[in-house]
Design a protein around this ligand. Sequence first.
Ligand code: ZN
Length: 309
Amino acid sequence: MTDADATAVVDCYQDLRDRLIHAGVLIGSTVKGLYGKGAAFVHVFDGLDALVTEAGQVDQPELMRFPPLLPREHFVRTDYVRSFPDLIGSVHSFLGGDREHAALLQTLADDGPWSTELDPTELVLVPAACYPIYPTISGILPRGGRTFDVLGSCFRHEGSDDPARMMTFHQHEFVHVGTPESALAFRNRWLERSQILMKSIGLDVADEVANDPFFGRAGRMLAANQRGDALKFEVVATVANPEKSTAIVSCNCHQDHLTIPFGINTHDGGVAHSACVGFGMERIVLALFARHGMDLELWPREYRSRLGV
Ligand code: ZN
């Protein structure tokens, strides 16, 4: 990419961001990737959430909701620290007594690095909405496996000029844990089903093989393997950049990456596999505003009625 191309990309991110904030759809902050949301955003989000929920009813998922925090002991059993260290959100707090508090206040008064006097708690921020499920289902699955509906707040530390790359966002996921065959079939069904849903609200979407943003040199090999095995697909749409589409839904087969660490087995004692489809709720809402305009009143009637806005 030339410098001129890079500038054009940043310009199109800033253009969309400015329009969203000017229209009151997003509320800006001093940190890149951190936004509040206005009424129009919230109404579209809620309408979209109802459509996503309805699309999943055919599988009769078990409804679960979790806080945006995960026990650290569960987090370290996944390979997240190895694969995505740059995206981690670890919760630290002050664990000292009066003497340490006085030192902390002195550092603060001196404009010093006060946060180095905090210690890690037993909590990390949830990086993907399906993560809290696996520790709760250790053991033997029923015949046919289990299927879940989760909506959760996720955190990834990646500030960006792109308003579609938020540091905190919601994923509405459907998750299946079962045999290798049932997990793959679930992923493939949702690859089709999610695109039908996105087209029904006026988004031009396509699917493509993708990889997770694995860190560093070792990560490049993990990414190549993931692509080679076609484990991850993304449903993409145009949001800010007409030259490069944005992933709005991801359809993943985790194989045994999340079942072995938590001892999850199939009804006949085999190692279970898991798969999930994650609707990137904020990204889909932004794709809708980018596509249909900043004024909800001017959106095509058909899509407003689908979304109930
Ligand atoms: Zn997931």
